[in-house]
Ligand binder design. Structure first.
Ligand code: ARG
Length: 288
């Protein structure tokens, strides 16, 4: 064997071994009690445990996904996906996943699908597939209650906080230019809002539901919200790896089922206190 084919051989065997180890690990997570060795030896397909779908979510986005005091991931998105899974007869496990790099986890196979208040955009549709939309959203501006900012255009020359790589980042990048040094990008939306409170930025642009939730629950921060018709309507969907039609079918069916039987409306009312039919329902929660 020459050097190249030797290396090839080594690479291939390494891949094979990794593959075997991975599949062994895969079985282990399904049945944690079984010792690893027997999981590898067991060859009968009859014993195949039900697949657990791993769902990635950036759980710093209340009321859609956040961690409670016990560290459990909770929220509107979690309830919706749990209900969908029940109807679809699939098992799901939510795994907290940082927003930056969250889409890559689909291609890498680390996550089977995502629920993270992800807006369906044409650009994203090129690299992943989305379920049907499950929630309407829009960008909303958060400013100090004393601020004179009254519309999006006022932010042209001001310091604006956004969560990196979100649609909020996109709209502000469009307004100021992608490389504007006045755009302050944060790892999470709550961090951007804390910076607004600290006075490091003049405004934050993010999804309405999250901004309203924060402003309502942090009265001490003394924020107000500024809406602008210039923001295009957005819709959240569940991203799956491009081409995973099987899973997409299950999710869309489950979503249709929970919409049809009232489960979706119940979950919606639990978090937003109104029927989804009322346009801008989340926004009205702010005025109460
Ligand atoms: N809807 C926005 C987007 O898709 C923001 C979503 C951020 N979600 C989160 N869990 N941090 O870009």
């Amino acid at each position: 064997m020459n050097t190249i084919s030797t290396r090839r051989f080594l690479q291939t065997s390494a891949l094979l071994i990794t593959g075997l180890l991975l599949s062994a690990c895969g079985k282990k997570t399904e049945a944690p009690a079984a010792p690893a060795a027997s999981a590898v030896v067991a060859s009968a397909p009859a014993a195949a445990p039900a697949k657990v779908y791993v769902v990635g979510t950036d759980a710093a986005y209340a009321p859609f996904e956040s961690q409670n005091e016990k560290g459990e991931i909770v929220g509107f998105d979690i309830d919706v996906v749990s209900a969908i899974a029940k109807k679809a007869g699939i098992e799901v496990k939510f795994v907290n996943t940082p927003w930056e790099g969250i889409f890559k986890t689909l291609d890498q196979g680390d996550r089977d699908f995502l629920v993270s208040a992800v807006t369906i955009t044409d650009e994203r549709k090129q690299s992943m597939d989305f379920s049907n939309p499950y929630f309407d959203a829009q960008q909303l501006i958060a400013v100090k209650a004393t601020s004179k900012i009254s519309k999006f255009d006022d932010l042209k020359k001001l310091k604006v906080g956004v969560q990196t790589g979100t649609t909020g980042d996109e709209v502000v990048s469009k307004l100021q230019g992608k490389n504007s040094t006045n755009i302050k990008r944060f790892e999470s939306t709550p961090l951007a809002l804390k910076e607004l409170e600290a006075g490091g930025v003049d405004a934050v642009v993010a999804d309405n539901g999250v901004v309203i939730n924060y402003v309502t629950n942090n009265a001490g921060s003394k924020f107000k919200t500024v809406a602008d018709k210039a923001f295009a309507p957005e819709q959240y969907g569940l991203p799956v790896k491009k081409g995973n039609a099987d899973l997409l079918g299950k999710l869309n069916k489950g979503l249709a089922d929970i919409k049809a039987d009232g489960t979706y409306d119940q979950i919606y009312a639990k978090y937003f206190g109104a029927a989804p039919a009322a346009a801008g329902a989340p926004a009205s929660a702010a005025s109460k």
